[in-house]
Design a protein around this ligand. Structure first.
Ligand code: FAD
Length: 483
C-alpha cells in the first residue's frame, strides 16, 4: 500500500503552484503546503497500517487497495467505505474536506456505469475503467475542479466575452486534445497528485467546446494553479492556531495554457448531456456526497465537543439556558449522524449491482448544510463569549516567565489552569474566528454547490409522490356533505 512517504516523494514533480506572484518549487517543503501535505501523508500511513483494516482486495484486479476504491456491491461494502472515510475524517476531526476519499467515491460511481461514457460521439468507457483500475493500484490523491470560473452566472461559457475563459477544447488530435482556459477551484489541488477537471453546472448545446471531463497530473506542462492566500504560514504556532497549522488545504484556480491531454485521460468529450450523465446516472454524485456527510458528521461532533468543554471550563454547563444551547448542538449533530446511517440503511442496488446510499437521506442532510453549519458555529460563539479574545497574543507570552505569572493568575478557571484554558480558547478561535474558520464557513455552505442548488437536490430526491398521495387521499376522505 502507498505510504505517506511515497506520497510526499511524489510531490517533487515540477508542478506549477503560484503564491504571491511566484512559483513554488517544492510544495512539500513550503510553509503554505507542508502542513497539509504532512496531514495527507498521515492519512496514507493510516490506510497502509494493516491494523486499521482500511484495505480490501479489489475484485477487478485481485490486488489490495484502499477500501475507498472499492465499488460498493453490497451494504457491507458501503459500511466498509464508511468505516474508512470515518477513520480518515476522525484523524482530521472533519477539517479536511477534500481528502482522497471524496473524488475516489465519484470515480467508483463512474466505473460502475461505464456505459454512461459510451453514449456520446466517442466511446470513452474504456478510459473510465482504466482510470478506476489505476486508482485501485496506485491510490493517488485526486482533487477535482468541476465549476466554471465565476465570470457571470447570467449566461454560460459560450456567451462570455473572450474565448475559452472556462476550460475548453481548442484542438482535437489523433493522440489527444488541447485545452485552454480556467476552472474555478480545486481544493487540495496544490498537494494532490492529479485533478479531475469537469463541469457540473448545466451547460447549453452552444457550450459543446466546454463539455469535457479529463484527468491531469498536477505536474502537467502548461497547467498553473493560482492559490488563494494560504493561512498556514500565518499560523504563529500550533498552540496558537492548532487547526490552521495542520489542516489548511489550499483552494486553487486552475489555468490551462494549451495543455495537451492524451485521449486515454479524457472521460467526456464535447458532450453536454454526458457531463450530467457522469454525475447523476452513475451514482457518482450520491456516493461522493455521502462521503462528504460522513466527514461533516465527524466535524460537527468535534464542534459539539468543543462547546461542551468550553461550557464546563466556564462553569456554565448546568445553567438551563446553556443546556438548551448544547442540546440544540447535539440535535444538529445527530441529524447528520443519523442521515449518514439512514442512507446506509436505506441503501439499495440501483439495478446494475451497484449499491447506492439512500438519496433521500444524503440529500436531505446536505440540503440543510448551509443553515446547519452556521447555526452550530453560532452556538459555539455564543458559549465562548469573549473568552476567545481574553487570550494572550501568542505562545511567547506563555513562555516568558514575567508575562506568564499574570496569565496564570488571570486567565485560569477552577477546572483548567491557564495553559489548558488558553489552549482550548485558541482552538475555539481557530474554529470560529480565524481566517481558516471563515474559509470553512464558506466551504460548508458552498462546497457541494450554492445553497439553492443543493436544496434542489433535496427537492428532487425526497420523493414527494408519497406525501402528495397521502394529502390527496386525506382530502378525498371528506367533503362538504361529510358530517
Ligand atoms: C471553500 C470552497 C472550496 C471549494 N472547493 C471546490 C473544489 O474542490 N472543487 C470544485 O469543483 N469546486 C469547489 N468549490 C466551488 C463550489 O463548488 C462553488 O462555490 C459552488 O458550486 C457554487 O458556485 P459559485 O461559487 O460559482 O456560486 P454561484 O453559482 O455564483 O452562486 C452564488 C450565489 O448567487 C446566487 N445565484 C447564482 N445563480 C443563481 C440562480 N440560478 N438562481 C438563484 N440564485 C442564484 C445564489 O445566492 C448563490 O448562493 C469550492 C468553493 C468553496 C467556497
Amino acid at each position: 500500500m502507498r505510504t505517506g512517504q511515497d506520497y510526499l516523494t511524489g510531490l517533487k514533480d515540477g508542478r506549477t503552484i503560484i503564491v504571491d506572484g511566484e512559483a513554488v518549487h517544492d510544495v512539500a517543503a513550503h510553509p503554505a503546503f507542508a502542513p497539509i501535505a504532512t496531514t495527507i501523508g498521515e492519512l496514507f500511513d493510516l490506510a497502509a497500517d494493516p491494523a486499521q483494516g482500511m484495505t480490501a482486495t479489489a475484485p477487478e484486479t485481485g490486488a489490495r487497495t484502499n477500501r475507498i476504491n472499492i465499488i460498493p456491491r453490497s451494504r457491507e461494502d458501503l459500511a466498509g467505505f464508511r468505516h474508512t472515510a470515518e477513520a480518515w475524517a476522525r484523524h482530521t476531526h472533519g477539517w479536511v474536506g477534500r481528502s482522497p476519499d471524496h473524488v475516489a467515491a465519484f470515480v467508483n460511481g463512474f466505473a460502475a456505469h461505464p456505459e454512461a461514457f459510451a453514449a456520446g460521439d466517442r466511446d470513452l468507457s474504456a478510459n473510465v475503467l482504466a482510470y478506476h483500475r489505476r486508482m485501485q493500484t496506485e491510490n493517488p490523491y485526486v482533487s477535482y475542479a468541476i465549476i466554471p470560473p465565476q465570470v457571470s452566472r447570467a449566461t454560460t461559457a459560450h456567451a462570455w466575452d473572450g474565448d475559452f475563459v472556462q476550460v475548453g477544447v481548442t484542438e482535437e488530435r489523433s493522440d489527444g486534445i488541447v485545452v485552454r482556459g480556467a476552472q474555478m477551484l480545486a481544493t487540495g489541488g496544490p498537494v494532490a497528485d492529479e485533478i479531475l477537471v469537469s463541469c457540473i453546472k448545466p451547460l447549453t448545446d452552444d457550450d459543446a467546446d466546454f463539455a469535457l471531463s479529463f484527468v491531469v497530473p498536477v505536474a502537467t506542462e502548461g497547467l498553473k494553479l493560482y492559490c488563494r492566500r494560504p493561512f498556514a504560514p500565518a499560523a504563529t504556532s500550533s498552540y496558537d492556531y492548532p487547526l490552521t497549522s495542520r489542516y489548511d488545504e489550499t483552494d486553487a484556480l486552475l489555468v490551462f495554457d494549451d495543455v495537451f491531454v492524451p485521449w486515454e485521460k479524457v472521460l467526456v468529450f464535447r458532450d453536454v448531456a454526458g457531463l450530467r450523465r457522469q454525475f447523476f446516472d452513475t451514482g457518482a454524485h450520491v456516493l461522493g456526497n455521502w462521503q462528504a456527510q460522513i466527514r461533516f458528521a465527524v466535524k460537527l461532533q468535534f464542534i459539539a465537543g468543543l462547546a461542551r468543554k468550553v461550557a464546563a471550563v466556564n462553569g456554565v454547563d448546568r445553567f438551563p439556558g446553556v443546556v438548551e444551547k448544547l442540546g440544540e448542538l447535539a440535535a444538529l449533530t445527530s441529524v447528520v449522524e443519523s442521515a449518514v446511517l439512514a442512507a446506509e440503511y436505506t441503501a439499495a442496488d440501483d439495478g446494475s449491482g451497484l449499491w447506492l446510499p439512500g438519496k433521500r437521506a444524503v440529500y436531505g442532510a446536505m440540503g440543510l448544510q448551509a443553515e446547519l453549519y452556521p447555526r452550530a458555529l453560532a452556538i459555539l460563539r455564543d458559549l465562548v463569549g469573549g473568552g476567545v479574545l481574553q487570550v494572550p497574543s501568542g505562545v511567547a507570552d506563555m513562555r516568558n516567565p514575567e508575562t506568564r505569572a499574570d496569565i496564570d493568575r488571570y486567565i485560569q478557571s477552577p477546572s483548567a489552569p491557564a495553559e489548558e484554558r488558553v489552549k482550548l480558547f485558541k482552538l475555539v478561535w481557530d474554529a470560529v474566528g480565524s481566517e481558516f474558520a471563515g474559509r470553512h464557513h464558506q466551504y460548508e455552505m458552498f462546497y457541494a454547490g450554492a445553497p439553492f442548488v443543493v436544496k434542489g437536490y433535496a427537492f428532487r430526491n425526497y420523493g414527494f409522490d408519497g406525501p402528495l398521495a397521502e394529502v390527496d387521499a386525506f382530502l378525498g376522505s371528506y367533503g362538504v356533505d361529510t358530517p
